[in-house]
Design a protein around this ligand. Structure first.
Ligand SMILES: CC(C)(COP(=O)(O)OP(=O)(O)OC[C@H]1O[C@@H](n2cnc3c(N)ncnc32)[C@H](O)[C@@H]1OP(=O)(O)O)[C@@H](O)C(=O)NCCC(=O)NCCS
Length: 171
C-alpha cells in the first residue's frame, strides 16, 4: 500500500480581513472563515491522494477567538489520518495582530474528504504517515474521532428518514 507523509499534503494561506468579510461585530464572518477552511482542507486532501475529492463532512469548527480587521489570518491544513477511501484533514487558524505581532490560535477544524475515481466512485487513498509531535498526536487521536463520525453518520441517516420533503403549503 502506498504511503505519504502528512507534510506532503501541508498547505498555508494568509489573508487580510477586508470590510466585505466582516459581520455586524466588525470581526471576520464565520461563514467566510468556514469557506476558507473547506477550500484549504480540500487542497490538502487532493495533494495527499492526487485524485478529485469531495467533502464528506465538516466534523467540527471551533471558533476560539474573534478575528479583527487589524489581524492577518493564516490557515494551515494537512491530512492527519486515512481510512480506505476517506481522509481526515486538520485545519489550524492562526491570527497575528499586525501592529503588535501577537499571535493566537483563533479556530481549529476537522473535516473528512473522500477520494473519487474517474467514475465518481470512492477510491482507495495512500496511508498517511505522521512525523512531527503535532501530526502524531492528531493521528493517534483520529480513530476515536472516526468512530464518533461513524455513529453520527448513522444517526443523520436515520433522522433524515423522519423529515418531510413536502412544500410548506402542503403540510
Ligand atoms: C461522500 C460520498 C462520496 C460517500 O459515498 P458513499 O457511497 O456513501 O460511500 P461509502 O459509504 O462507501 O463511504 C466511503 C467512505 O466515505 C466515508 N464517509 C461517507 N460519508 C461520510 C460522512 N458523512 N462523514 C465522514 N465520512 C464519511 C466512509 O466512512 C468511507 O470511508 P472509508 O472508505 O475510509 O472507510 C457521498 O456521500 C457523496 O458524494 N456525498 C456528497 C459530497 C458532496 O457533495 N460534498 C460537497 C461538495 S464537495
Amino acid at each position: 500500500m502506498e504511503k505519504r507523509f502528512s507534510r506532503e499534503s501541508r498547505c498555508f494561506k494568509t489573508s487580510r480581513i477586508f470590510p466585505t468579510d466582516v459581520n455586524n461585530h466588525n470581526t471576520l464572518f464565520g461563514g467566510k472563515l468556514m469557506s476558507y477552511i473547506d477550500d484549504i482542507a480540500s487542497i490538502a486532501a487532493h495533494k495527499h491522494c492526487r485524485r478529485s475529492v469531495v467533502t464528506a463532512s465538516t466534523d467540527s469548527v471551533d471558533f476560539l477567538y474573534p478575528i479583527h480587521t487589524s489581524d492577518s489570518v493564516c490557515l494551515e491544513s494537512f491530512v492527519t489520518w486515512t481510512g480506505k477511501t476517506s481522509m481526515e484533514v486538520f485545519v489550524k487558524v492562526v491570527t497575528e495582530d499586525l501592529k503588535t505581532g501577537a499571535r493566537r490560535i483563533a479556530a481549529t477544524s476537522f473535516l473528512t474528504f473522500v477520494a473519487l475515481d474517474d467514475n465518481n466512485k470512492p477510491a482507495a487513498v495512500p496511508i498517511v504517515v505522521p512525523e512531527t509531535e503535532e501530526e502524531i498526536k492528531l493521528h493517534e487521536s483520529a480513530p476515536q474521532r472516526a468512530e464518533i463520525r461513524r455513529i453520527r453518520r448513522e444517526e443523520s441517516r436515520k433522522l433524515a428518514g423522519h423529515f418531510t420533503m413536502k412544500y410548506p403549503w402542503e403540510i
